[in-house]
Write a protein that binds this ligand. Structure first.
Ligand code: ADP
Ligand code: MG
Length: 221
């Protein structure tokens, strides 16, 4: 079953009179349960692709089908709702809220999703345990190492079992040991059935995914 599909997708940035095709007629599909890496050099179009896949931006032309629905031209409000419901994000810089504990960071998106508190408690506990960071649940981000912060961020991304886990350079700010831990966590999520897409400029990180899509100059190569 296809989870997502980009069909003849282009994204053109216009600056003044210049038109730049950051994505140039892209066709890719990702099946449910796949672990895919999207890789390419700086400027190849990875962030643009991540923004489209994550429903953070819309294409200039082409069709994006997500969970069987054409989402290419949905209004911002609908995109936001779908994004919050279906996609768990993991970022290079973790993006945890500094004033909240690990546990509270994981809980926050569940509050937004109006999940009742008893159920939230259970989901938070499960997610923190799944990434091996439950013993640090009362720590704030500044009291955790980079690798630990990324584990909290992964717990936040997976807590509500999203249809897609989308990770943007998830190991970019980590030393090689922490990077390996994060990659093995993502692999384990994949083995337990999650659909994972990571964006990385690092071919070595990309090679630990099940499938690698390489972009260059806005095209799949
Ligand atoms: N908002 C923007 N306005 C104009 N050009 C952009 C914008 N974002 C990206 N670009 C250009 O689009 C191309 C692809 O960029 P990007 O998707 O950020 O690549 P990557 O993430 O692989 O480095 C680059 O040439 C970049 O300069
Ligand atoms: Mg980028």
């Amino acid at each position: 079953m296809k989870l997502l599909e980009l069909i003849n997708i282009s994204k053109i940035y216009k600056t003044g009179t210049e038109h730049l095709a950051a994505l140039d007629n892209i066709n890719i599909a990702v099946n449910e349960g796949e672990f895919t890496a999207i890789t390419g050099a700086s400027g190849s179009g990875k962030s643009t692709m991540m923004n489209l896949l994550g429903l953070l931006d819309t294409p200039t032309s082409g069709t994006y089908r997500f969970m069987g629905e054409d989402v290419s031209n949905l209004p911002e409000k609908t995109l936001t709702r779908l994004r919050n419901k279906s996609i768990g994000f993991i970022f290079q810089s973790f993006n945890l809220i500094p004033t909240l504990t690990a546990e509270e960071n994981v809980e926050l998106p569940l509050i937004y999703r109006k999940i009742p508190s008893s159920r939230r408690e259970k989901l938070v506990k499960n997610a923190l345990e799944a990434v091996g960071i439950a013993h640090r649940k009362n720590h704030r981000p500044s009291e955790l190492s980079g690798g630990q912060q990324q584990r909290v961020a992964i717990a936040r991304a997976i807590a509500a079992s999203p249809s897609l886990i989308l990770a943007d350079e998830p190991t970019g700010n980590l030393d090689s040991t922490a990077a390996k831990t994060v990659m093995s966590l993502l692999r384990r999520l994949h083995e337990s059935g999650a659909t994972v897409v990571i964006i990385t400029h690092d071919p070595k990180i990309a090679s630990s995914a099940e499938r690698v899509i390489t972009v260059a100059d806005g095209r799949v190569v």
